[in-house]
Design a protein around this ligand. Structure first.
Ligand SMILES: [Zn+2]
Length: 499
């Protein structure tokens, strides 16, 4: 296994292990585990500065996408993140890239609370990441001004040198120039893609070249030498691969092609349900397919209107396995689902929240509190009995009491047992009270998420809608006439919502 080490040191904490100390401990840990350490990252936080300034941390997160390591070792888990949300967000970002986080000195947080949060935030991590990345914008802007690579996937055609500057990739740079030249002179993107794939050219992430890839390339101003971040543009940051007039020509062609019906956007990106939807008759997954419907125009030409449907795999390949409907119009089904979700959200937003959540728990917590107070009082009484017997026993030993010693002894043992029993009851009540508080807290958090989603859903971009749907819905089964049956990830009953 390949590992990297991440260390962080803030000078405002006196009891902190130095970076060198952290690296040493982590190194020893890696050795014990048989991991190969391929890189170390370290951030030094200066007191008073915002903790968000963690350039090496961000670099580590971004590097994880390249697949160079499987594990991040930290001295203590709090080196990795500043709070729980942070931890969940970045951990799940790493998880997506197949990387896990291990502490060299403490076991991993596997609490149910941690797991619940992890599941809730999993899908959102990318959006949080984008948001948090913005917060590191000062460092990014500085890099732009210096013409230094800001992280992320390296632009095709370039390599990054030791000083983090862009340099030509001797193999791929000529390919880029050639692609621009060919597109500018009228060749279609599809033909360019086919030719590149025929020759076995792969992207920097070792993927087959797609239509989308070329389209992005043709739009990328880095090939002119420009490097930008937000409003900051450095026009001479990168050695250029394309002449401005060739680039301009390509832009013209691209904007002409934009108006054609067949957009380059992959079809899955336009519909919210991909991957979660099943045939209500046979249980097979429904997949998105697009067929062109041809219309003869008056001028003699043919217009092709793409029609996208969710289709039952069984029904099309093994019709004997399914007696349901073959396909469902994607737009129609999506809008049915959206209506259901919007209705659900409306219910959620209209809930008397205090009453439902707090109210439900108030009585439970109050009940447990009463039990606890009673148990404590009973414990106190039993302790007093035991103490009285203790005193009497001492007097017997001193010869100042006439009571029978054996009788007292057995009574004392009895009292001892009763105290232990009452102590158990007190402990149990306390535990239950704690558990209920944690549960209430979790439900509150879930509810807050729901509230946020409910508020933003209808105005959100399709990507966000997809994300929200995937958080809430685990599966949808569709049957004839667009009848739907939904499995939710969240128990709405706990909020008093009837489905
Ligand atoms: Zn079916």
């Amino acid at each position: 296994m390949k590992a990297v080490i991440y260390a962080r040191y803030s000078s405002d904490n006196q009891r902190e292990e130095s970076i060198e100390g952290q690296l040493r401990e982590c190194g020893k840990f890696a050795e014990r585990k048989g991991y190969t350490v391929v890189k170390t990252y370290a951030d030094r936080t200066i007191s008073g500065k915002k903790a968000d300034n963690r350039p090496q941390f961000m670099e580590m997160i971004s590097d994880s996408a390249q697949g160079g390591f499987d594990v991040v070792i930290v001295w203590k888990i709090d080196r990795f993140s500043r709070d729980k949300y942070d931890s969940v967000i970045y951990k799940s970002a790493l998880k997506k890239n197949g990387v896990s986080v291990i502490s060299a000195t403490e076991p991993i947080d596997d609490s149910p609370e941690g797991k619940l949060m992890e599941s809730i935030f999993e899908g959102f991590s990318e959006y949080y990441l984008k948001d948090l990345a913005l917060k590191t914008s000062r460092g990014m802007t500085e890099n732009i001004i210096k013409g230094k690579y800001n992280g992320g996937t390296i632009t095709f055609g370039y390599v990054i040198d030791d000083e983090r500057h862009f340099q030509y990739d001797p193999e791929k740079a000529p390919i880029v120039t050639d692609i621009f030249r060919r597109y500018a002179s009228g060749e279609s993107i599809k033909s360019i893609v086919d030719e590149l794939n025929f020759n076995g050219i792969k992207s920097n992430r070792d993927k087959t070249i797609s239509y989308h890839f070329i389209n992005c390339m043709l739009n990328n101003r880095r090939y002119l030498g420009e490097y930008s971040f937000k409003d900051t543009v450095n026009e001479n940051a990168i050695p250029p691969l394309v002449a401005p007039e060739v680039f301009e020509k390509c832009q013209q062609r691209l904007s002409e092609n934009m108006h054609r019906p067949a957009s380059f956007k992959p079809v899955e990106d336009k519909y919210i349900l991909t991957g979660k939807i099943f045939c209500g008759h046979c249980g097979a997954r429904l997949t998105l397919t697009t067929n062109g419907k041809k219309y003869q125009r008056k001028d003699g030409g043919v217009t092709i209107t793409p029609k996208t449907r969710y289709v039952c795999y069984n029904k099309t390949r093994h019709p004997e396995l399914c007696d349901g409907q073959t396909g469902y119009t994607a737009k129609k089904l999506d809008s049915v689902i959206e209506t259901v979700i919007l209705k659900l959200f409306e219910k959620v937003l209209n809930l008397p929240r205090e009453e439902l959540i707090e109210g439900q728990f108030d009585s439970r917590l109050a009940d447990l509190n009463v039990q606890l107070v009673r148990a404590k009082a009973e414990l106190k009484a039993e302790v007093e009995v035991r103490e009285a017997l203790e005193g009497e026993l001492i007097r017997v030993i001193q010869g100042t009491s006439v009571l029978n010693r054996e009788m007292l002894n057995s009574k004392y043992v009895e009292a001892q047992d009763k105290v232990a029993l009452k102590q158990e009851t007190v402990d149990r009540c306390q535990r239950e009270l704690e558990d209920s508080k944690v549960l209430l807290d979790n439900i509150r958090k879930q509810y807050e998420n729901l509230e946020t989603w409910s508020t933003v859903f209808s105005d959100s971009a399709i990507e966000v809608k997809k994300m929200i749907v995937s958080q809430i819905i685990s599966a949808i089964r569709v049957s004839r006439d667009y009848k739907i049956d939904i499995d939710f990830n969240i128990s709405f009953e706990q909020f008093g919502v009837e489905m």
